[in-house]
Ligand binder design. Sequence first.
Ligand code: CIZ
Ligand code: SF4
Length: 313
Amino acid sequence: MLTAHAKGESMNLTDKISKLKKEKKAIILAHNYQRPEIQDIADYIGDSIELSRKATQETQAEIIVFAAVDFMAESAAILNPTKKVLLPTLGARCPMAQMLTVDEIKRQKTHYPNAPVVLYVNTLASAKAYCDVCCTSANAVEVINSLDADTILFGPDRNLAEYVAEETGKTLIPIPEWGFCPTHLLFQPEDVTVLKLQYPDAVVMVHPECSAEMRRVADFIGSTSKMCSYARESKAKTFIVGTEEGILHRLRKENPEKQFITAYKEAVCPNMKLTTLDRLYMALKEEKHVVRVPEVIAKKARAALDRMLAINH
Ligand code: CIZ
Ligand code: SF4
């Protein structure tokens, strides 16, 4: 519960951020997993691909504040080389993106010289520079189906690789063999079974970064953007949600008449939550931390991102 004082202060900060934003011609993009107060102040909320597209469409903006984690802000910087992209908290790094090194990609390429390399956007720019095309959880199936190959090197998320292999019938070799999202691994099917006793009519939505056991108890498997459209269009009234809890704020705001329950209360991505209003204010005020990707890497990574954007409209 906020005290009146703290509430007053945070309102103040919100006003200050809005004022600075206008002065500096800045826009704030916030990922679906951000804190509610960050989502509320953002110009756009979305998943990584929606936000990357927004970043390229917003031609008037001079500064893009990317309230998310490192690889998402990096992608925005790669796609918008003339704009200043800010990551409000330097420590907001996705552990999954750190799991795939360039050496591992090169090593696997020697074993599968004819297999294209498809990388989830949750990778560092240096890794993207070594892939043929990127994908997100929202378009992974389309990207894999667009390729004229049956064996594909895919990383870093092993669960997403397994899910996409099931959906496409193709062979996906996970690189590394063990890549995972620590937050999505927290979900367990037993919790869903217990919740279903309490909410027997609830629809279970699960993110493909979750385990195969979670996929088996799902009525719907999809990215956060897909979950938002599914919940909007569904006639169901109650939803059990198997992804990072930040999405619940958006789901509830967009569907006030429906009920959303997290499949596990502690499923929080600590890196996404590093961005607070104070830090966002300081980032905008001092124009930090500027995300820079060396052009030799950016050029190759941009080609892989552009290929993805051309497949998924
Ligand atoms: O692509 C994204 O934004 C991520 C990491 C999750 C999701 O499903 O939106
Ligand atoms: Fe990375 Fe998982 Fe956090 Fe997404 S939820 S940023 S994949 S650690």
